[in-house]
Design a protein around this ligand. Structure first.
Ligand SMILES: [Zn+2]
Length: 398
């Protein structure tokens, strides 16, 4: 989510008619007209490699919009037909539940209220962050039911293994995992974390665009560390098989979570679902070298975003630059760098990306152009995501 959300408010307030939703969606979730290397035709060798990969994306906000995932759309970035065309196999579908009009006014302004009303959502979602979160999970379950087996929802390690086995057999199937952007989704009730787990959520970030009752956001006013409530949410999430997402966390909040991991209070690897790195673009929402190394040392995975300001500029080259930088940094720190980097596009997150889900072959091409060997590309493009979820998901029945 970006500051262009101001545009979303303006557009939505301009009209309370339902068709405005698709106008806003099409306006905010675009593909850039100057995609860089996207203009180059990928080689046959790249296409062969890309076709053999399990490609995964740690962050996609498609559920926010009035769009049927099973139908191909001309607007936005992701749907099942485009996932199949681009060989995007596994996506974490995240839910956004509250977006302030400005950083200082999270309680008094609510950009998603007009969206909830114009989309014709149940009044249950109009004022309640948890209501919006459950609503988006129900939408996802409906898409899965209506997909005739093409779209799976991964809730357990057993689900993940079943999905991967189907892919190995050559079945044309894709899968989603549900995630939450910001623990304000719980409306201050710890009990909602277990309800989220029941609804199928398997990843949660403590914060999103503003400081909330769980901790400080990289876009917040105070940008503090973890709160007592945030600590309980983190422990409860890990207990229930919900991976913790550090995207949008303030630097002190990341420090606090890494300290809890070092102390053995938290044991599972962290995910950073969509981020940039300060080494290629020095911005508040991007990770410092020290945090990249700390998160990787704790076994985690870092999803590189496809948008500004995660990137210097929204091009495929800049995605490759951030990935290559992170891999090299972690290698130099004595880690296996390619074990800890992944894709975290932020598709459909009110961002302009150089590609949509059909264009991921261009990322594979860019990584080859940078000299990364196939086995490292394979892990970065998807296997690291599988590795981490295999550690965080509940086992489930085989
Ligand atoms: Zn985000």
């Amino acid at each position: 989510m970006s500051t262009r959300l101001a545009l979303l408010i303006a557009l939505l307030l301009a009209s309370l008619l339902t068709p405005a939703c698709s106008v806003v969606d099409a306006r905010l979730n675009r593909v850039t007209e100057s995609p860089g290397t996207v203009n180059a035709e990928p080689s046959d060798a790249t296409r062969r490699l890309h076709g053999s990969l399990l490609v995964a994306d740690l962050h996609t906000d498609t559920l926010l919009w009035r769009r049927n995932l099973n139908v191909r759309h001309a607007r936005g970035h992701v749907d099942v037909p485009r996932m199949l065309e681009g060989n995007l196999g596994l996506v974490v579908f995240t839910t956004v539940s509250r977006v302030p009009g400005a950083q200082s006014m999270p309680k008094t302004t609510d950009s998603l209220f007009p969206l909830a009303v114009t989309q014709g959502q149940s009044p249950f979602t109009w004022f309640s962050a948890s209501g919006r979160t459950f609503y988006q999970a129900a939408k996802m379950r409906r898409f899965v039911e209506e997909s005739r087996g093409r779209l799976r929802l991964v809730r357990t390690r057993a689900d993940l293994d079943t999905f991967l086995a189907a892919r190995r057999r050559g079945d044309r199937v894709v899968a989603g995992i549900l995630g939450i952007e910001g623990a304000h989704a719980a409306d201050g009730e710890l009990g909602n974390i277990a309800r989220f787990a029941d609804a199928g959520f398997r990843m949660l970030g403590l914060v999103h665009l503003y400081d909330n009752e769980a901790g400080g956001s990289s876009y917040g006013l105070a940008r503090g560390g973890i709160t007592a409530f945030g600590r309980r949410v983190a422990l409860e999430s890990e207990r229930l098989g919900i991976a913790l997402d550090l995207a949008h966390a303030s630097a002190p909040l990341i420090d606090d979570l890494l300290a809890m991991h070092a102390a053995g209070e938290l044991r599972k690897p962290f995910i950073v679902s969509h981020t940039g790195v300060r080494g290629t673009h020095d911005h508040d929402r991007n990770l410092s070298d020290a945090h990249l190394i700390g998160i990787a040392r704790a076994g985690g995975v870092i999803g590189i975003g496809f948008f500004e300001p995660a990137l210097r500029v929204a091009t495929v080259e800049a995605i490759g630059e951030a990935i290559a930088y992170t891999v090299a940094l972690l290698d130099e720190a004595g880690l296996d760098g390619a074990r800890h980097v992944a894709l975290g596009s932020d598709f459909d997150g009110s961002v302009i990306c150089p590609i949509d889900a059909t264009g991921l072959v261009h990322v594979t091409e860019e990584l080859r152009r940078r000299g990364l060997p196939d086995d490292r590309i394979r892990r970065i493009m998807g296997e690291n995501v599988v590795r981490v979820f295999r550690e965080t998901l509940p086992a489930g029945s085989p």
